[in-house]
Design a protein around this ligand. Structure first.
Ligand code: FES
Length: 186
């Protein structure tokens, strides 16, 4: 009679159905966790970098703004004209409120004129004449105390000029992700 070989303790047994399902469930859970972590990271990241259109642009100190008697300053890459008036400062979105052409500043006439259908706007963005249904849209500005981070001044909710703070070191910023619609004249 042949002698039976003892069975080795580390001999591999085939995986059964329950073990396979447990393993598959753990792998799926791992993938889900990685996906959730990735999405959380993406949402936590700011969508726009500092200085690009859609994000916040730092202009500098109040002394770096254009003079109140001068024309506005063009910021073509971030799509606004920076106007400084006796009432305060404004960042006017460069797109005409009629059909979206880019309007220009006319130094001799001291006003904005749209080349497409002739709408005109004052230096503070107010509607003068033409087919545009409203004054120019503007971005929210803030003046920040560089020492404390405190907001010293901000564009009012109606989109009027932001009064300049007394602090000469205040940092003026424009948020091109936050646009206020110009007032309708109709
Ligand atoms: S798009 Fe500016 S007036 Fe028509």
């Amino acid at each position: 009679m042949a002698k039976q070989e003892p069975q080795s303790s580390d001999e591999k047994k085939p995986i059964n159905r329950r073990e396979f399902l447990n393993f598959a469930w753990l792998v799926s859970l791992g993938f889900l966790s990685v996906n959730i972590a990735g999405l959380t990271y993406l949402f936590a990241m700011p969508r726009f970098k500092e200085g690009e259109f859609g994000g916040t642009i730092t202009i500098g100190k109040p002394s770096q703004l254009p003079g109140v008697d001068a024309g506005p300053e063009n910021f073509p890459k971030v799509k606004f004209w920076l106007s400084n008036t006796t009432e305060g400062t404004l960042a006017l979105y460069k797109v005409c409120t009629h059909l979206g052409c880019l309007f220009n500043w006319k130094d001799q006439e001291f006003k904005f004129v749209c080349p497409c259908h002739g709408s005109q706007f004052q230096k503070n963005g107010d509607y003068i004449q033409g087919p545009a249904p409203r004054s120019l849209d503007r971005f929210v500005m803030q003046a920040i105390d560089p020492a404390s981070g405190e907001v010293l001044a901000q564009t009012p909710a109606d989109g009027g000029p932001m009064p300049l703070p007394a602090n000469p070191d205040a940092v003026i910023r424009v948020n091109t992700g936050s646009r206020i619609t110009g007032k309708s004249h109709g």
